[in-house]
Write a protein that binds this ligand. Sequence first.
Ligand code: FAD
Length: 471
Amino acid sequence: MPQTQPKIAIVGGGIAGSTAARFLAKAGAKVTLFEKAASLVSGPPFCHLHAGGNLYPEISDEQCLTLLKQSIDFARLYPHGVDHRPTIVALPAYCNRSTQHLMPRLEKLRARYAALVADNAENQVLGDPSIYFKCYEREAIEALKNETVKEKPQTLDEWMIPFAQKADLDKLQFPVILVQEYGLNLFRIGARLMLELKKDPNITLHLSTDVKKVQRDTDGWSVQTDTKTETFDYLVNAAGYQTGKIDDMVGVPCERMVEFKAAYVTQWEAESAYLWPEIIFQGERGTPRGMGQFTPYPQGHVQLHGMTKDITLYEDGLVASTPLSCQPQLPQNLVEKIEADWTWRETKERTQKAIKHLSRFIPSFALAKTASKPLFGAQQIPGSDPTLRVAEVAFPIPRYARCEIVKVSSTIDMAYAILENLVSLGLMEEATTVEMDDMSTSIEAEAITKEAERLCRMREYPEAMAHLCVP
Ligand SMILES: Cc1cc2nc3c(=O)[nH]c(=O)nc-3n(C[C@H](O)[C@H](O)[C@H](O)COP(=O)(O)OP(=O)(O)OC[C@H]3O[C@@H](n4cnc5c(N)ncnc54)[C@H](O)[C@@H]3O)c2cc1C
């Protein structure tokens, strides 16, 4: 006979563990979530909804189409965390590849988005499918230079105006593409989950609680923390880059990588009154010309990635598991950054390099200043392909789910797969379903904003980052 209310332990309250908790609790399970930090979603950052994978020309069309679908689900699940500003994808003039080569994929993505909207109107979260993307030749951008910047851009052309006025067009290839890949606000999503998980009667939330040991029993698990040992029917390992530590305790086979990266928080006062789109200047990862990503937040704050070894990437920042341990070992200086803190000197040095990297294409951005410590962290990539962008969850032994997301949008497919696994093991009723429509929140936007501001203050980031550019 299936159990109606299995007891589930989730180790880790990042986006994976917290989303799993919501789905499993909704399905009727009794969930206990253990998170060693003081708040949820405090691990590696996320700022971009990869609704089509257009930041990654190197990945397969199949991965891009999956990212599109998963991103639509994610935007439906966490609407308060989506910043509805589009993304410009520009190729520098020195790139060997041309923008033209992105076109067939963009057409496929537009067609798939239109089909998803035709299938269910609730999927229309990226605007009208007919304008999923738009190409701009140089003449069209030059024509926008004399337009007045709009306080609240309504059309794609209006979003292009600041770029037309400030980008160095001589350094770019054409067409430049504007695509409906929106921003994500991790503080708002973390805030909503904090409020939601605390009030769910099916969830027991243990913050500031480190799981020290897990052990397999005949019909389940015992989970030991500093203060007690509890038994459960099923274990979800959602420990992020530390998933390997739990795997080692459990004794399961594994192959994974862990990568440390950082993004830098700046303030560009001169532009604090204007709304910018997100901008991607493509480039070869790991070289001095690595991709530059310009991600606007309110009040002139801009988060920057530069895919070079002296900005976002780090020497020996990508490490792999070994036959002896599932837990890849990062160098000590990177572990210290995660567990202790950054020196202000390094923060300023790397942020300045990031500003320089982006001001190659937006010269006046050189006046931006360091605003806070970076957003940073280590993430796992299952398997041995560092370009993998779509992964969800593995079930290496019965009653054990190992969350393996690479992009946050994969969490919903991950949660559904765990639910299916519980049903297949007889731990939940065959008829158990959770509809996306049942997952909307009763938490008010105002309460989310207040909690997001608190998280910003607690983590020492500008409070403005608790807000959306396009509320
Ligand atoms: C610089 C950077 C930028 C990124 N940008 C994006 C982006 O724009 N879009 C996107 O989709 N993705 C992005 N990612 C990837 C994204 O951050 C990760 O995929 C995602 O945050 C992983 O979530 P998670 O829940 O699996 O892990 P985590 O967020 O790491 O959560 C794991 C949690 O487990 C807890 N934990 C670990 N061990 C224990 C234990 N023993 N006991 C109790 N708790 C424990 C940890 O404290 C942590 O909170 C980015 C990653 C980086 C590094």
